[in-house]
Design a protein around this ligand. Sequence first.
Ligand SMILES: C[S@@+](CC[C@H](N)C(=O)[O-])C[C@H]1O[C@@H](n2cnc3c(N)ncnc32)[C@H](O)[C@@H]1O
Length: 192
Amino acid sequence: MRIIKGVEYELLTEAVQSSYKEETNGYVLTCEIGVHEGNGSQIMLEEGRKKFQNFHHLGIDPYGNIQAGVSNKVKWNTKKDLIDYLEFHLLEMADTEYMDKYRNGFIIYDEKPHLLNRYTCVHFDGPQRTTDVLREVMFFCHRAHLGTTFCFNDYKRYKMDIIVNLCSVYGFRVLNKGRRRYSLIKEHGATG
Ligand SMILES: C[S@@+](CC[C@H](N)C(=O)[O-])C[C@H]1O[C@@H](n2cnc3c(N)ncnc32)[C@H](O)[C@@H]1O
């Protein structure tokens, strides 16, 4: 098992630590878009395990030729590295496919099926165009709750001001802002 420290992962750690769910509904769900070698997901899994019960984490990555041309070897190593985390569910697909297929939620079988449709912390680390991030943010804003945190990597590559403004309409405020990462927390309901 390895935990690799990279640039500003402390903001991601803080995003999980600061998130909360008043009504647990029997589960807590976190998500990372863009898993690659699994560093961000491992941090979310470690922090989520410490903080929550009935916790599940989804990692979404097509590991295809989208943008980076990521090889099957990366995917294979990531699966091996994270195999001991039973809370981890790797979904090998693009963000758009995920949002289409799982718009009603993700089902976990624990003797009986449980529909997980509210996200407590989301790490946005996949595609880096403003339009792509906006589409993802709209999806997750509609499936957030009081205490949900969002963490954005490489935010200077897209128009983060538009994203912050959009999220503020859904009740999010700035949690932290670093050189590479930017985090938000939902503190009240949607306005206007
Ligand atoms: C910067 S890496 C992620 C790094 C990882 N989060 C970490 O903390 O180490 C970006 C990843 O996004 C993935 N990706 C690219 N386009 C995507 C899309 N449309 N949906 C989901 N993932 C995507 C790539 O395959 C790549 O593995």
